[in-house]
Design a protein around this ligand. Structure first.
Ligand code: SAM
Ligand code: SF4
Length: 510
């Protein structure tokens, strides 16, 4: 059980709003009051972007640097990549992004399910249907019994091993509550439909509001995977116009220093994100690079993942439709390529907000993770017979890609991509700084391939339809052959685990 004795408790929403932010935990990471998001430097880079096309030699040097070192580029180097308009030169960038993805992550795509746990919120984000005072939104906070029902579908009917648990910000979903939900997810075990093998959630990532160090330590103690906080926008004045000053979220510095506190607390897989469509995407991407570099400077660890949510219509607000900065699919795909080259080692998550066409398109541009069979209504998985069922007034927005996990596995296999259910990394301590070097040198990609094969075998036997099983088996044979050629000495141990998995043993990993 989590030790929650040091978590601060609040008597109500106003008390929470007034007292939640810990100023000294902000000041520590903004020495001398200087912010690591250097607005003047970003604006300086942007003002030069439309001048002349960049020198192709310089562009190729930057691509080569990204590919060979896997180190984060400087904002100026990212700016040069943003200037490229020549289709042939951009195609060189795209191909390099794809090669880097393969070097770092091989031909794997990791899958997960979003798990919306609560929409109670004390904040007033102008673009979000969950914001305080939006009467159109029905509020709900899952009880632990309801959460178990959700896990039964996610892990027992669909076969996911990873979730991203999503919470509004509210005193009734305090850190204590979040910790209890994580523990509940891990403890729940059900039987797989085809084999009766025990299945459950093996990694719980969290998307929630920024927390102080003591609270983050509590989440660490219950085995949190990645702590994900979307910055929404890095542009301070726009941020302040979207998030009222009376709200906790109105504090830009509290949000931007959140990952520094995570790493201080030992929560060392951190997930960045920007809500694309709120502001000029070039500002956001340049600021993301600055943010990553500052974390690397302090902790030698950068973002474990980058997410690319796009602003969607939401209940009771016109902000999403009226924003002057909405981006089209072409620009979106372009952003992914530049991001992959700019922070080469990071995971890239593209969620089911996107249409199937948009997600299919970025598969060879550096994407590493996606969700499928997703339902974002609170208690949506267990209330609806088909998990892809959507109800506008019960969810934050409507999903674009409602493909089932079975369909997605088949589609990915048709593009020679293995679906990975591996969660071994954080359970073996391969997180944060330990994983950074392995990622940059490509060691992690190969290592994880073995675990991808083992977990893919589990899922095929436990959940796959006949058609998916057939296609999946052919892919596994190819992958095993690849492993035999790559590590002949290690191959017999891999086969031992593989055969044990075929016999019904579960959760074997390297
Ligand atoms: N309440 C926490 C917070 O704001 O950090 C986390 C939960 S919130 C539901 C998760 C994310 O949803 C937000 O960070 C924001 O990026 C995204 N979001 C909010 N409104 C959205 C909209 N209209 N379209 C797409 N994403 C949205
Ligand atoms: Fe609340 Fe998060 Fe929505 Fe803002 S984005 S209103 S903090 S749930």
């Amino acid at each position: 059980m989590a030790d929650v004795s040091r978590i601060r408790r609040f008597t109500g929403e106003d008390d929470y709003r007034r007292n939640f932010v810990v100023q000294k935990e902000i000041d520590k990471y903004l020495p001398g009051g200087r912010h690591f998001i250097d607005d003047a430097r970003i604006r300086g880079i942007i003002s030069g972007l439309d001048s002349a096309p960049p020198d192709p030699v310089r562009v190729r040097e930057i691509i080569a640097k990204s590919e060979s070192t896997c180190e984060t580029l400087t904002p100026e180097e990212t700016g040069v990549l943003m200037q490229v308009t020549d289709p042939a030169l951009f195609e060189e960038m795209r191909a390099a992004a794809d090669r880097i993805k393969h070097k770092v992550y091989d031909n794997r795509i990791v899958v997960f399910a979003p798990l919306y746990i609560s929409n109670a919120c004390v904040n007033g984000c102008r673009y979000c249907g969950f914001r305080e005072g939006n009467a159109a939104q029905k509020r709900r906070i899952l009880t632990m019994d309801e959460l178990k029902e959700e896990v039964d579908v996610i892990a027992g009917r669909i076969g996911h091993k990873r979730v991203i648990a999503v919470y509004g910000e509210h005193p009734s979903t305090s850190t204590e509550y979040i910790a209890e939900t994580i523990e509940t997810c891990y403890a729940r075990q059900v039987k797989a439909p085809k084999t009766g093998a025990p299945v459950g959630i093996r990694r719980v990532n969290v998307n929630a509001a920024p927390l102080p160090v003591e609270d983050l330590k509590v989440l660490k103690s219950v085995g949190i995977g990645t702590f994900q906080v979307f910055q929404e926008t890095y542009d301070r004045s726009l941020y302040e116009s979207m998030h009222p000053a009376w709200s906790v979220k109105g504090n830009y510095d509290w949000r931007t220093t959140c990952f520094h506190r995570c790493l201080e607390a030992g929560v060392d897989d951190v997930g960045f994100g920007v809500l694309y469509g709120l502001c000029d995407w070039r500002y956001e991407l340049l600021a993301t690079v600055m943010h990553a570099r500052d974390l690397e400077r302090w902790f030698n660890i950068g973002p474990h993942t980058l997410s690319f949510p796009r602003l969607e219509p939401a209940s009771g607000t016109k902000v999403p439709e009226e924003s002057p900065w909405l981006i089209d699919d072409e620009t979106f795909a372009r952003i992914i390529v530049i991001a992959r080259l700019s922070i080469p080692y990071t995971g890239i998550i593209i969620t089911a907000r996107e249409s199937p066409e948009s997600r299919n398109r970025v598969l060879n541009r550096g994407m590493t993770q996606l969700d499928c069979s997703s339902n974002i209504a609170i208690k949506g998985y267990s209330d609806f017979e088909n998990e892809s069922h959507q109800e506008k007034d019960r969810q934050q927005f409507l999903l674009g890609d409602t493909r089932s996990l079975d369909e997605m596995v088949r589609y990915l296999a048709s593009r020679n991509t293995i679906t990975s259910f591996c969660t071994a990394g954080y359970r073996c301590g391969r997180t944060g700084g330990c994983i950074m070097d392995a990622l940059k040198t490509g060691r992690e990609g190969k290592f994880c391939k073995i675990n991808a094969v083992l977990t893919f075998r589990e899922w095929l036997d436990d959940f796959a339809s006949e058609e998916t099983l057939r296609i999946g088996n052919a892919l596994i044979e190819k992958e095993l052959e690849g492993i035999r050629e790559w590590v002949p000495k290690f191959y017999p141990s891999v086969m031992k685990q593989y055969e044990a998995t075929c016999r019904g043993e579960r959760d074997l990993f390297f």
